[in-house]
Design a protein around this ligand. Structure first.
Ligand SMILES: N[C@@H](CCC(=O)N[C@@H](CS)C(=O)NCC(=O)O)C(=O)O
Length: 203
C-alpha cells in the first residue's frame, strides 16, 4: 500500500488531495516534526532533503510534492492526468510556475506571519513578498477569465497543484476577491468531494 510522510497541512497537502481524488488506498506514516524525526537517519534515508512530503509505493521512494503528483497521475491513469503530450506539457507548465514563481513569496509571508512572533517579524520581507503577488495572480486571472479550468476544459492535476499554492493566500491574508476568475475557480476546486475529504484529515 502507498505510504505517505508529512502532515496534510504541509506541502504534503497537495499529495493527500490527489490521493483522495484518485481513490487510492494509502497509509499515513507518523513523523514527529517537533521531535525532528524528519532529520533522523531513518527518514533521511528515504528523503535526503529532510523535508516532507515523501511517498513510498512498492519499490519506489519519491519526494518533492509536484513530482509525487506527476508520478501518481502517470502510475494511476485518470482524467486528472494529461491525455496528450500537449496536455502534459501544459500541466507541467502551470505546476512548475506555481511552485517556482507563486509559492516563493507566499511561503516567505507564511513563515513571517505564522512562525515568527510579532516582535521579531520582518515586515520588509512581508511587504516585498506581497508586492510580487498581484502580477502573478493577474496572469492566472487572465487565463481563467475565459475558461473553467487551467488545461483541457476539465479539472486536472494542474488545477489541483496550482489551487494548493493559491490557497496559501488565505493563510497570509492576501485577498483574492479582486481576481474574480481566480476566486471562482478556487471555490470550484475546493468544492470537490476529494478536497473536502482531504481538508477533513487530522493534521
Ligand atoms: N519543494 C518541496 C518543499 C518541501 C518543504 O519545504 N516542506 C516543509 C514543510 S511544508 C518541510 O518539510 N520543512 C521542514 C524543514 O525544512 O526542515 C516540496 O514541495 O515537496
Amino acid at each position: 500500500m502507498i505510504q505517505i510522510y508529512g502532515s496534510p497541512r504541509s506541502s504534503a497537502g497537495r499529495c493527500y488531495w490527489l490521493l483522495e481524488e484518485l481513490g487510492l488506498a494509502y497509509r499515513r506514516q507518523p513523523l514527529d516534526m517537533r521531535a525532528k524525526e524528519h532529520k533522523s537517519e531513518r527518514y533521511l534515508r528515504l528523503n535526503p532533503t529532510g523535508k516532507v512530503p515523501c511517498l513510498v509505493d512498492g519499490e519506489l521512494t519519491i519526494w518533492e510534492s509536484m513530482a509525487i503528483n506527476q508520478y501518481l497521475v502517470d502510475e494511476y491513469p485518470s482524467p486528472l492526468g494529461g491525455a496528450t503530450p500537449e496536455e502534459r506539457g501544459l500541466i507541467a507548465q502551470w505546476s512548475y510556475w506555481s511552485i517556482l514563481d507563486l509559492q516563493r513569496p507566499l511561503i516567505d509571508m507564511f513563515i513571517q506571519l505564522v512562525f515568527v512572533p510579532e516582535p521579531k517579524r520582518d515586515h520588509g520581507v512581508i511587504e516585498r513578498a506581497r508586492a510580487l503577488l498581484p502580477p502573478l495572480l493577474e496572469i492566472l486571472d487572465r487565463h481563467l477569465a475565459s475558461r473553467e479550468y487551467l488545461v483541457a476544459d476539465r479539472f486536472t492535476v494542474a488545477d489541483l497543484n496550482v489551487a494548493s499554492v493559491v490557497s496559501i493566500c488565505g493563510s497570509v491574508g492576501h485577498e483574492l476577491t479582486p481576481y474574480r476568475a481566480v476566486d471562482a475557480w478556487l471555490a470550484r476546486c475546493k468544492a470537490r468531494p476529494a478536497h473536502e475529504r482531504y481538508a477533513a484529515l487530522d493534521p
